[in-house]
Design a protein around this ligand. Structure first.
Ligand code: SF4
Length: 228
């Protein structure tokens, strides 16, 4: 391993980082995988609920829980009136079910009271709802409102750090670093593709560097050496 590899990229100027970020974006966009949210949903409200449930839980597990949940509570008003005990039993497999049930009920009540049961389409309105942070708001805005949005979840955080696209650890600061590096029209697709790259290729414990399309642009000092 040479010295440059140990330290990461030599040129850390914003210009160099942005150029690399755009190269990486172009490579991600050439990947065959669809850049879509993998939480099953039919409406913005269902996506809001599924995103709340996805905290500390896989999308796959959330997708096993939501059909029963949406059958029991088909709309915002129904969930706003839910009994905590019944709701908790339905969402228990997603973990942290007591706090998630509380968030779902409080958020649904606020949606009914403030927005007539309709999920709003601005960052300010979404983040004023109880239990809704910037990440969840960005998921809704990008997938349901057509607003360019960068979702920084655990995968985007890890991949952007390994690729030296940010020095930040705070998700909001990472979001703004990626906003500065990518054209606005690519924010939603770029972050979704980066998220999927982290979920399926640049895995937390054992990244699959041997099949990684970003290998040539990755200067992570611990990336696994590709063998022919
Ligand atoms: S080369 Fe390895 S560490 Fe680098 S982005 Fe690809 S999978 Fe992740």
């Amino acid at each position: 391993m040479n010295a440059a590899r140990r330290r990461g990229p030599r040129d850390r100027s914003p210009r160099a980082v942005h150029a690399r970020a755009r190269r990486i974006l172009a490579r991600l966009k050439r990947q065959p995988r669809h850049a879509r949210v993998e939480l099953d949903h039919a409406t913005p409200f269902e996506l809001l609920v599924a995103t709340i449930l996805s905290a500390q839980c896989t999308d796959e597990r959330v997708n096993r829980v939501t059909p029963g949940l949406f059958a029991a509570y088909p709309d915002v008003a129904a969930l706003a009136r839910a009994s905590p005990a019944r709701l908790e039993s339905l969402i228990r497999p997603t973990g942290f079910y007591r706090s998630k049930a509380q968030r779902l009920i409080e958020c649904s009540r606020a949606l009914v009271e403030r927005w007539g049961g309709v999920v709003p389409k601005t960052m300010d309105a979404l983040t004023e709802l109880p239990g809704i942070g910037r990440k969840t708001a960005n998921v809704i805005l990008g997938a349901c409102a057509g607003v360019p949005s960068i979702v920084v979840d655990t995968h985007v955080k890890r991949v952007s750090a390994r690729l030296h696209l940010t020095r930040q650890t705070d998700p909001v600061k990472i979001e703004f670093d990626l906003r500065a590096a990518w054209p606005e029209r690519d924010w939603t697709e770029g972050s979704q593709r980066m998220l999927l790259h982290g979920r399926y290729v640049c895995l937390a414990r054992t990244p699959r560097c041997e099949v990684c399309a970003l290998y040539d642009d990755c200067e992570w000092e611990r990336k696994r050496v590709r063998r022919c």
